[in-house]
Design a protein around this ligand. Structure first.
Ligand code: ADP
Ligand code: MG
Length: 288
C-alpha cells in the first residue's frame, strides 16, 4: 500500500532549481528519514507533499493515500479536506505561544488552523479527553495547562506531535524537528515519532540534519543533494565513508560530533558499502 507517491517533481525558485525530477514512494506505516545538507531541498519537498506549495508547471504529481495533492503545478481540488490526514511538524513555531499547551493540541480537532472555537476555548469534554490522552502519550500531560511559550523546545515539538495525534493524521511530515534540540530532547522527540509510527501505523517522513538519528530510528533513508535524490535505501549503509562518497566534503555536516571526532582521528572502521552490478552505490530500495 502506497502512502506517498511523488513523481517527477521539479521546483524552480528564480534561477535556482530546488527540486530536480524528484520521484519517490513511501509505503504505509514506514518511518523514513530524509537527509541532506542545508539547501538540498528537504523542506521544499516536504512542503510540496503537505500541499503548501506547488511544483513547476508541466509534469510532476503527488498523491497521498491514493488521493491527488497536486499535479502539473496546481493543487488538486478538495485538497483542504485531505490535508487533515497530513500532520506537519516544523523545526520551530509549531504552537501559538500565548495559548495553553492543551488548547494548542486541541487545534488538531479542527485541522491545523486556529478558529473561533480555539479563541473561546469551546471544546467538548471528549475532545479535551482525547487531547489529554495524546499529551500523555508524548509524556507531557503535566504541562497541559501551561502557556506553550513556557515549554522547552523539545516539549513544544512533542506537543506538536500530540496535535497530529488528535488530528488523526495518518501521515506525519516532520521537517528537522530536532535541529535545535540537545541530544536528550532529540531522543524524546524521535521516540515520540517512533511510537506514533509503530503503535498507530502512522507513516512518518522526518528530515534530519544528522545521520546518526536516521540510522537509529529509521530503517530507510532518502538522501538529497542539490535538489536530487542521491540515495534511497537502508539507513545502516550510511557510514561516514559512504556519506563521503555521496556528499564529498559536505558529508561532515551530516555527522554527529562524535562521528566527526572519530573520523578526524581515523578510527572509523565500518565497512564501505559496495557498488551493485550497474555501478550504483546501493541496490534500489523498492521497484518504482
Ligand atoms: N521560498 C523560497 N524562495 C526562494 N528560494 C527558496 C525558497 N525556499 C527554498 N529556496 C531555495 O531552495 C533550495 C532548497 O531549500 P530547502 O528546501 O529549504 O533546503 P533544506 O530544507 O534541505 O535546507 C535552497 O537553495 C533554497 O535557498
Ligand atoms: Mg529545511
Amino acid at each position: 500500500m502506497v502512502a506517498v507517491s511523488v513523481r517527477n517533481l521539479n521546483k524552480t525558485f528564480g534561477a535556482n532549481r530546488a527540486l530536480k525530477d524528484v520521484s519517490l514512494e513511501l509505503g504505509r506505516s514506514e518511518m523514513v528519514a530524509l537527509i541532506g545538507a542545508s539547501g538540498s531541498g528537504k523542506s521544499t519537498l516536504i512542503r510540496h507533499i503537505a500541499g503548501l506549495i506547488v511544483s513547476d508547471k508541466g509534469q510532476g504529481q503527488i498523491e497521498v493515500f491514493g488521493t491527488s495533492i497536486q499535479k502539473n503545478g496546481a493543487l488538486a481540488k478538495g485538497v483542504r479536506g485531505h490535508r487533515r490526514e497530513i500532520g506537519v511538524v516544523f523545526q520551530q513555531f509549531n504552537l501559538v505561544g500565548r495559548l495553553s499547551v492543551l488548547t494548542n493540541v486541541l487545534m488538531g480537532v479542527l485541522g491545523q488552523a486556529p478558529s473561533w472555537r480555539t479563541w473561546f476555548g469551546i471544546f467538548t469534554k471528549s475532545e479535551k479527553q482525547r487531547a489529554m490522552n495524546a499529551l500523555g502519550r508524548v509524556g507531557i500531560a503535566s504541562h497541559a495547562a501551561q502557556r506553550s511559550s513556557n515549554l522547552s523546545g523539545g516539549q513544544q515539538q512533542r506537543a506538536a506531535i500530540a496535535r497530529t495525534i488528535v488530528q488523526g493524521a495518518k501521515l506525519v511530515l516532520a521537517d528537522e524537528p530536532i535541529a535545535s534540540l540537545d541530544p536528550a530532547s532529540s531522543r524524546k522527540v524521535m521516540d515520540n515519532l517512533a511510537h506514533v509510527n509503530r503503535e498507530d501505523g502512522v507513516t512518518v517522513l522526518v528530515s534530519l540534519h544528522q545521520v546518526d538519528y536516521a540510522i537509529k530510528y529509521c530503517p530507510r533513508t532518502i538522501a538529497m543533494r542539490e535538489g536530487e535524490v542521491v540515495f534511497d535505501g537502508p539507513s545502516k549503509l550510511l557510514t561516514p565513508e559512504f556519506l563521503q562518497q555521496i556528499y564529498g566534503a559536505d558529508s561532515i555536516e551530516l555527522l554527529s560530533p562524535e562521528e566527526r571526532r572519530r573520523k578526524a582521528e581515523g578510527k572509523s572502521a565500518k565497512p564501505i558499502p559496495e557498488r551493485d552490478a550497474e555501478g550504483d552505490l546501493v541496490l534500489a530500495y523498492a521497484a518504482r
